[in-house]
Design a protein around this ligand. Structure first.
Ligand SMILES: Cc1cc2nc3c(=O)[nH]c(=O)nc-3n(C[C@H](O)[C@H](O)[C@H](O)COP(=O)(O)OP(=O)(O)OC[C@H]3O[C@@H](n4cnc5c(N)ncnc54)[C@H](O)[C@@H]3O)c2cc1C
Ligand code: SF4
Length: 547
């Protein structure tokens, strides 16, 4: 028997006479739902470590270790409070485990799942009365709040955010936003030149729980990609508190001004790295918001952080729910893959990933008709483009990179190469430890690739080398010269040219299309040649050379 299960057995009381709840892998908190209200000795909870669920995609090893280490620590913490914990480690899908437990103990209560995929899997149990669903108390806003952000047939985060700020009186005084405006984004676009010193992320104890989980991951999930780094993995409630304290003290004072900066010297800069924990509720959004409000830090940083948590995070969740994961669009239903995609894993590893179940494939919008396969550079094969290679190496090392690297390097370069938005989304879902359908799909399909058109953003977030050079130090260490030989700028112009029919009508792109029209025709022809050359080289796994 595993050491963890032995420990749990030693702590567990008797289950009889208690009320049962199923706690999914991403609701690990006793601050919400029935765990927050009932006495622990009246409750029994079911936690499931499903290997079938872990094999659904070739998830980064760090993600599996993060989820299971946290869930195991949570189980012991709850047992320590007097709760009865049934912890099932199984090869079966989650739904089958619940069904078999329910056959012995009767029905269970559950807060609504955040992930559409889990809601879908559990539908028949809900219909059969085995699971009684109560609302998820981890969210700060309600679906009705999304209505305030409707602009024609689109949704806008800034309108949602302004509404929620007013409605909840957050950072407001006398009915007006503190500081005179709702967003300080325009001031917050500084590159980082080495000062102030970027904080080092704390490390966390490597205990027997993590070691046991690591052994399972390395032995039974050895075909999953990514590095396992137990010291950088917060698992206990003390670890979570420590990461958040570090984030409040070391990151948030400088969060605003440098939120768009990128650096090879400090991969995280002043970003909090809290997403993996907030998404599984080891830290509650409500606590983060209250703490951030109380910090004595510059308003531009405080507002910027609150906008991410109260604005973007909640907004993307509601959009995902409202569109049923982008299956339902104003123009009609989107095509959907029958089984889940592998993000290019099969081409990279040489062995295809078994699709484990009908119904788990995602929606495949592609507003610009992009459909190229994802080049192997995203799986770690060197591309010769220093910006891309640096960020991708970080991702496979940590299962994380910060927002601007995701948007303006990883997604930007894939978009410029007309990569299939669905394949890119599946790659993000696999490679990042904080990815769940409700957050990864809006960010990649909506923000990163413009695959859903102007549904949630006004224009594509694409750029050439100028932006990357301005906001990072990647170009200083690159074989290409950002202003003369860099292929990213040619890719950018070629992208605009290829998609002119659709994008040149966009009012927010008028200036850039005016610049394209002034571009020398020979350069425009060369841009298209460069696009074909770079695409073909990266598709065959070749490293680009500057001469
Ligand atoms: C292409 C792309 C893919 C992304 N995929 C994911 C994903 O799979 N999972 C994920 O949690 N976030 C995703 N994001 C959003 C954002 O990049 C991450 O939440 C953030 O980088 C996590 O690092 P952090 O905790 O240091 O964030 P910080 O920069 O410190 O921000 C604080 C918190 O704000 C929230 N937040 C900020 N921006 C967003 C956003 N756009 N959407 C949702 N929440 C946001 C997160 O909870 C984050 O932890 C993606 C963004 C892009 C552009
Ligand atoms: S020069 Fe071009 S390829 Fe090199 S890091 Fe800069 S943007 Fe990337």
């Amino acid at each position: 028997m595993s050491g963890f299960l032995e420990r749990l057995k030693g702590l567990n009381g008797i289950a009889r006479g208690r009320r049962w709840a199923y706690i999914p892998y991403d609701q690990l908190s006793d601050g919400i739902g029935v765990l927050a209200r009932e006495k622990p000795r009246d409750l029994a909870i079911l936690l499931i470590e499903s290997h079938e669920n872990a094999r659904r995609r070739p998830y980064h090893r760090q993600r599996l270790a993060l989820l299971w280490s946290n869930q195991r620590h949570f189980a012991l913490e709850q047992c320590g409070r007097g709760m009865f914990v049934e912890y099932v480690i199984s090869q079966w899908p989650i739904s089958q485990v619940i069904e078999s437990v329910a056959a012995k103990i009767g029905s269970l209560e559950m807060q609504e799942a955040a992930e559409r995929e889990l809601r879908f899997e559990l539908t028949s149990l809900v219909d059969a009365g085995i699971l009684r669903i109560i609302p998820h108390e981890g969210w700060l806003t309600r679906k009705e709040d999304l209505a305030a952000s409707v602009a024609g047939s689109s949704w806008r985060m800034d309108a949602f955010y302004r509404h929620v700020r007013r409605d909840k009186a957050i950072l407001m005084e006398h009915g007006r936003p503190v500081g005179g405006k709702y967003s300080f984004d325009v001031e917050n676009r500084l590159p980082w030149k080495g000062r102030p010193t970027a904080p080092e992320m704390p490390s966390f104890p490597v205990d027997e729980i993590k070691e046991e989980v690591a052994q399972i991951v390395l032995e039974q999930f050895s075909d999953h990609p990514g590095t396992l780094d137990l010291a950088s993995l917060p698992a206990s409630s003390e670890d979570a508190e420590r990461l958040w304290t570090w984030a409040k003290n070391e990151c948030l004072p400088y969060f605003g001004p440098y939120e768009d900066a990128m650096s090879s010297q400090a991969a995280g800069l002043f970003h909090t790295r809290i997403s993996s924990l907030i998404n599984i509720h080891r830290i509650l959004p409500r606590a983060m918001l209250d703490d951030a409000m109380g910090l004595a830090i510059p308003l531009a940083s405080k507002e910027a952080f609150i906008r991410q948590v109260l604005g973007w995070r909640e907004f993307v969740y509601h959009v995902h729910c409202a569109t049923d994961g982008f299956r339902l669009r104003p123009e009609g239903p989107e095509p959907v893959m029958s089984v889940q995609g592998d993000g290019g894993y099969g081409r990279w590893s040489g062995s295809s990933w078994p699709g484990s179940g009908q119904g788990f494939g995602g929606a495949c919008p592609s507003f610009l008709g992009a459909s190229n396969p994802l080049p192997m550079a995203w799986w770690g094969k060197r591309s010769g483009l220093n910006c891309l290679d640096t960020v991708i190496a970080d991702v496979w090392r940590h299962g994380w990179s910060h927002h601007i690297t995701r948007l303006m390097v990883v997604a930007n370069l894939a978009a410029l190469l007309d990569v299939s938005p669905r394949e890119l989304t599946d790659w993000f879902w696999i490679a990042y430890a904080d990815a769940y359908d409700w957050v990864v799909e809006p960010n990649v399909l909506g923000m990163g690739t413009f695959a859903v058109g102007d549904l949630i953003t006004t224009k594509p977030y694409v750029s050439g080398a100028n932006y990357i050079n301005k906001m990072s130090d990647y170009c200083e260490r690159c074989q290409f010269d950002h202003s003369t030989t860099c292929p990213v700028s040619s890719l950018y112009w070629a992208y605009l040219d290829r998609h002119a029919d659709v994008l040149s009508q966009n009012p927010r792109m008028r200036i850039i299309y005016a610049a394209l029209r002034k571009r020398n025709p020979e350069h425009r022809r060369q841009d298209q040649e460069d696009y074909k050359r770079v695409l073909s080289a990266l598709m065959s796994g070749e490293e680009l050379r500057s001469n």
